[in-house]
Design a protein around this ligand. Sequence first.
Ligand code: PMT
Length: 223
Amino acid sequence: LTAKDLVGENILITAGPTREELDPVRYISNHSSGKMGYAIAVAARRRGARVTLVTGPTCLAEPFGVETVQVVSALEMRQAVMDKVSGSTIIIKAAAVADYRPASRADLKIKKSAECLTLELEKNPDILGELGAIKGEKILVGFAAETEDLIGNAGKKLTEKNLDMVVANDISLEGAGFNVDTNIVKLLFRDGKVEDLPLMGKLELAHIILDRAAGLRGTGIKE
Ligand code: PMT
C-alpha cells in the first residue's frame, strides 16, 4: 500500500520531447520517450497529489487520475506550463525541450533539389529559466541531460535557473537517460549537497525525487 503523503500537494510535471516542425511531414526532435516524467506523474498521483502532466508526443497512455495536457512544440509546452503553473506547489521538469526551432515552417513539403540544404534555427524560450524567475515559494526541480562535466553543467543550471534541485543525468551511461526503463542520476541541491544514486527503475527514482522535493517544501526560498 502506498502512503498518501502528498495529499494537498499540487504537482506540475513536464515529460517527453518537443517536436519542432520544418514542413507538414518533417520535424526536429530528440529521443525522449516520456517514461521518466510519466513515472513521476504516476508515483505522485499514487501518493495522493493533484497532478498535472504537460507532455510532448509519446507512445505512453495518459496516466489514470492525472490531468494530462498534450502539446507538440516547445512554444506550446511553454504556454501550457504557464497556464497551469498557478496553484502548483512543486514543479518537476523532466521534458526534453528542443532548444531551437526552425526559423520558419514551410506550408508545403520541402522539395529535394539542392545538394546542400541549410536550416536556419531560432532559440526557443527556456521554460525552466522563466519558472525560476517567478517561482516564489514553489519547489522547482529541473533535469539536466549531460554528456560531459555532469556536476559542473548541472550545477550551473541549478544556480542560473534558480532551482531547488536538479536531477543530473549522464546520458552517456548504459541504462541511463533516454528511452530506457532505468536511470542513473545524481541529485544536486542548493546547499551544495550531491546525492549519488545507483542504477534503478524510473518508477523507483520517481519516488525518490518526490521524497526529496517534498522534503524541501517549507524550506524553499521565500520571496
Ligand atoms: O523521456 P525519457 O525517455 O524517459 O528520458 C528521460 C530524460 C533523459 C528526457 C530525462 O531524464 C531528462 O534528463 N530530461 C531533461 C532533458 C533535457 O532537455 O535536459 P537539458 O539539460 O537540455 O534541459 C535542462 C532543463 O531545462 C530540463 O529540466 C528541461 O525540461 C528544461 N528546459 C530545457 C530547454 C528549454 N528550452 N526549456 C526548458 O524548460
